[in-house]
Each structure stands twice: as C-alpha cells, then as structure tokens.
Design a protein around this ligand. Structure first.
Ligand code: MLT
Length: 399
C-alpha cells in the first residue's frame, strides 16, 4: 500500500488548527487570561429565529411515521434548490433549480469539486488566499501558479494574458483581504477564462457583506460567466450556520468542457460520494429566504458591520494601515513596523490576549499582514480594540 505522498508536501497542520493549538497552549499556562478570538471567521450571533423555528418543525415531522423522511436527494431538496434559484432571480440572474447543488458548506465543495477535474490541470491561485484552495490542490499534486495580490493592485489581481491556467480561484469579497472585485474586473476574468478554456471557481461565501450597491454579489452578474464559472456560497457567515452546516454550489448547464456538461459530472460525483444535507438543516436554510428570514439575516450582518466599523476606527486612530471591512467581515492590516505576522500574533496573544490570524498563513504576500474578523460580539470587539490600542501605544513608546 502506498500513501498519497502529496500530503507530505502540505504544511504540518491546517492554518486554523495551528492557531487553535497555540491558543490552547497559551491558555493552559495562563488560565486567568480572558482571551478574545478574532481569528477564525466564526460567527457569534445565534441562528435567526426563523431558522430555529423551521428546524424545530422539521424535527417534529421526523418524529411521526406519516411525515418522516429518510434519505433525501443527494443534491438537495427541491424546496431549497428552488428557494436558492429564487434568491438569484432577485439579483436578476436566471438559474434552474437543477443548476443548484445543496452542500454542507462552501469549504467542502471547494475541495470536492476537484474530483471532476484532471490532475494535469494548472491552477491559478491568488496570494494571499484562503488556504483550502492551495491545500486541496497540493493534496492532488496539481501544478499551482500564484498571482500576487498586494496593496499596489488593491489586493485584486487581474488576468495576465501571458499566463496559462486551467482552473482559476477567485474569492470576492475576499478572504483574507476584504477586497471586492467590480463587475468590470470580473468581466475581464470571464473573458480570460473563455479565451483559455479555463474554469473559474468563484467563492462567494461573503457576498451578503457587500454594502456597495455597484459591486457584484455573484459572478453570474457578468455576461457569459455561466459558460466558465462555478459559484460556491454558504449560509455560514450570513445566517450563522458555521456549526449547523449548509451551503450551495452552482454548476450551470452551459458549462461544457471536453464536450461534457460539468453539471452532469458533479451530479454523478455527488450522488456517489455524498448523501445530502439533513432534511432538518435544509428546512432551516430555506427559512433564510423568507421575507422575515431576510430581515433577520440582515439584522445579524448589520451587527458584524458595526464591529467592522469599530475595528476600522481604532486602526485609523492608531495610524495602522488597513483595508477591507466595508464590503467584507475581514479587516486586513499591516503589522506595525513591518513586523512578521506570526511574531505579531504571538505578541498580541501574550500582551493583549487577542487572537487574530497571521497573514503568512494565507501565503507569502501576507507575511507582514494580519487579519481580524468582525464576527465577535460587539462587547468583545470593543474590548479587543481597547487592548490593541494600549498594545500599539506601548510598542510605539518602546520604539
Ligand atoms: C476563515 O476564518 O477564513 C473561515 O472562517 C474559514 C472557513 O470558512 O472555513
């Protein structure tokens, strides 16, 4: 038996597991420390009440023989697929329910989708980037080409006609930098993908955080994107489903490569390897699209937007360069004095008891940047900012 040796090319542990291990070790030695976590983008507000009510009702149905449901369709119940298609329709995007696949979250599908692509493909990935895109391709031994996302290009790399790639990852609003592509910029990517017979894997997990009405919330707002893009989305950050687990993937019928419809391949993959999301969870997810659901979700997002403003205000006051936070829950800041991001992580944990995410964990271009999330509670966010202000002042005086 031979193992998949590509796993040996990975970092020893996944970014957020490494952070957790570091924080747990610190807490073991400092049990009195009240550590505030603004590291992993995990939500803190409870599920919207409409989702809870829908899930309770569904659980009740499961307790009666007449309404009990066993295995569901692997690709999701029609009621949820139709509700998602309806959500797109409101944005002016026409999708058939059969083009929507319900999943247990964007992260799983972003990794699983690679099953339908040859390992010979070259992958184009921005740096810095959500580590899942890189790790899942390293696991398969695919060739990865990086494109720089930096302050000079607003952390939004654009296509380089000299570069040939088959699979392109785009995430907008971006994790970790918070930058968001305009429609014109996305149109340039669509045109590049069509010219190169490439597929775009578009991570739209943070679309609900876009506050600028001129910015796109789906790649399908761009003409012809249905011929080159697969879109991944999630209920995690929008409706607090990080622990409940539900998301969706759009694989348009118009996506045809090598004469094969990708929708067909993905359906084949999912029906073989996935047994679907639980009926109860799908009922909770469908409730998000009701009028009341949309109102409750917006109220939650507004709280996180308020946190982003608190963080932005503090960093501005302290003269720290940052970006993001306006159309995204993430704030991407330059570590003071060009400090290495892991050193900044350690210093902040030890001296302010605040956890963030070192930019280096997202790629080499992140090595002197740091990510804070706005998903904490408003009180915790305010307290964290108070501590960061004191920490930065102390650093300044020490200089
Ligand atoms: C993050 O912090 O980047 C995300 O929460 C991770 C994820 O969604 O898997």
């Amino acid at each position: 038996m031979k193992i998949n040796r590509h796993y040996l090319d990975l970092e020893e542990s996944y970014l957020f597991s490494t952070i957790n291990t570091k924080v747990s070790a610190y807490k073991k030695d400092h049990s009195e420390a009240e550590v505030i976590r603004l590291g992993i983008g995990d939500v803190t507000l409870p599920l919207p009440q409409v989702c809870v009510d829908a899930m309770k009702e569904a659980a009740d149905e499961q307790s009666h023989a007449e309404t009990f449901r066993g295995y569901g369709p692997e690709q999701g119940y029609p009621f949820l697929r139709e509700a998602i298609a309806g959500y797109y329709e409101k944005k002016g995007i026409g999708l058939a329910a059969s083009e929507v696949f319900v999943s247990d979250g964007a992260k799983s599908d972003l990794g699983n989708i690679l099953d339908i692509f040859s390992e010979e493909n070259t992958v184009l990935i921005p740096d810095p980037v959500y580590p899942v895109y890189v790790d899942t391709n390293v696991m398969a031994g695919r060739k990865i080409v990086y494109m720089d996302a930096c302050a000079e290009n607003g952390f939004l790399p654009m296509p380089d006609p000299a570069l040939k790639a088959d699979i392109i990852y785009l995430c907008s609003p971006n994790n970790p930098t918070g930058a968001a592509y305009t429609k014109e910029q996305l149109a340039a990517w669509v045109s590049y993908a069509l010219d190169n017979s490439a597929v775009i894997l578009y991570d739209a997990a943070y679309e609900a955080f876009v506050s600028d009405p001129d910015l796109p919330r789906s790649i399908y707002e761009v003409e012809n994107a249905d011929r080159c893009a697969i879109e991944f989305c999630s209920f995690s950050k929008t409706a607090g489903f990080t622990g409940t687990r539900c998301g969706w993937t759009v694989v348009p019928d118009a996506l045809i490569f090598d004469g094969v419809r990708l929708n067909q391949l993905w359906l084949r993959r999912q029906t073989t390897k996935f047994n679907g999301v639980s009926y109860i969870v799908q009922c909770g997810a469908a409730a998000v699209f009701s009028e009341e659901g949309q109102r409750q979700v917006k109220a939650n997002i507004d709280v996180y937007r308020g946190n982003a403003r608190i963080i932005a205000q503090t960093l501005t006051e302290c003269g720290v360069w940052f970006t993001g936070g306006e159309n995204s829950p993430y704030i991407w800041l330059a570590c003071p004095d060009g400090m290495d991001s892991w050193d900044f992580f350690d210093a902040l944990l030890e001296q302010a008891n605040v956890v963030g995410t070192p930019g280096a964990g997202f790629g080499k271009n992140g090595k002197s940047f740091f990510r804070l999330t706005s998903f904490g509670s408003p009180d915790a966010t305010r307290e964290a900012m108070k501590r960061i202000r004191t920490f930065l002042k102390k650093e300044e005086t020490a200089d």
